[in-house]
Design a protein around this ligand. Structure first.
Ligand SMILES: [Zn+2]
Ligand SMILES: [Zn+2]
Length: 233
């Protein structure tokens, strides 16, 4: 299982979670051409695309993905906001399990100004994956997580503008989440959607590492690839 980061910022977000036989896309904020390139111009492995919310940096290219035959899984709010139609649209509801190939996904709500979903994903190869971005906080608690993809957008002391406050996960909120959840089985923590002005990736990674010493910490720069296998050896 490989995570490929095609974009993780306010300019555009898109992640691929890829096994030998399947690829699940999360977010449609990067051009389809880039997705094709990352998959050697073969979309046959793609089993669907989850979208967290209707902001352009997460959803802008959803209609292009649909046209290419990719199934879209998102809230009704996002479907309506982007005027998406057709049999490839799969509206998903809070806490209702959706099976997409070998992936089982539970969407849950997070506060972000517009209706926004976090995703708890189970896969036999990667274990339990948490994906959460663009949220003021994470109200839920999780057990036995193996992979955490979580936003760390800004840090109070380097905040040069306050656009993010109340809408994005600060480093402090991220740390509080990590401290108050069971981290014993976590293999990887990938920090997402860092603000270009209000963050410091080296400091963020170091601070998160000090809180979860047993996990590998990654910054989701464009092009990053991480082995998400539960048992990599
Ligand atoms: Zn965003
Ligand atoms: Zn957003």
């Amino acid at each position: 299982m490989i995570l490929k980061v095609l974009g993780s910022e306010s300019a555009g977000n898109c992640y691929l979670i890829e096994s030998d036989i399947e690829c699940l896309i999360i977010e449609a904020g990067i051009r389809l051409q880039e997705v094709k390139k990352a998959l050697n111009y073969d979309l046959s492995k793609v089993i669907g695309c989850l979208i967290s919310h209707s902001h352009g940096d997460h959803c802008r290219y959803a209609r292009d993905y649909l046209k290419a035959g990719i199934n879209i899984y998102t809230s009704n709010h996002t479907v309506d906001g982007y005027d998406m139609t057709g049999h490839r649209i799969h509206p998903i509801k809070h806490y209702e399990v959706v099976t997409i190939g070998d992936f089982k996904v539970i969407p849950f709500p997070v506060p972000h100004g517009v209706p926004t979903l976090g995703f708890f994903i189970k896969h036999p190869g990667a274990g339990s994956i948490l994906f959460v971005t663009d949220a003021a906080c994470i109200p839920n608690r999780f057990y036995n997580l193996n992979q955490i993809l979580i936003e760390a957008n800004y840090e109070d002391s380097i905040l040069t503008n306050d656009r993010a406050v109340g809408h994005h996960i600060s480093l402090d909120t991220c740390l509080e989440f990590l401290r108050s959840n069971d981290m014993r089985q976590v293999r990887n923590i990938v920090l997402l959607h860092l603000s270009s002005e209000n963050s410091d990736s080296k400091m963020f990674a170091k601070t998160v590492q000090s809180v979860v010493p047993n996990a590998s910490i990654w910054i989701a720069d464009k092009g990053l690839e991480v082995n998400l296998s539960k048992y990599p050896f």
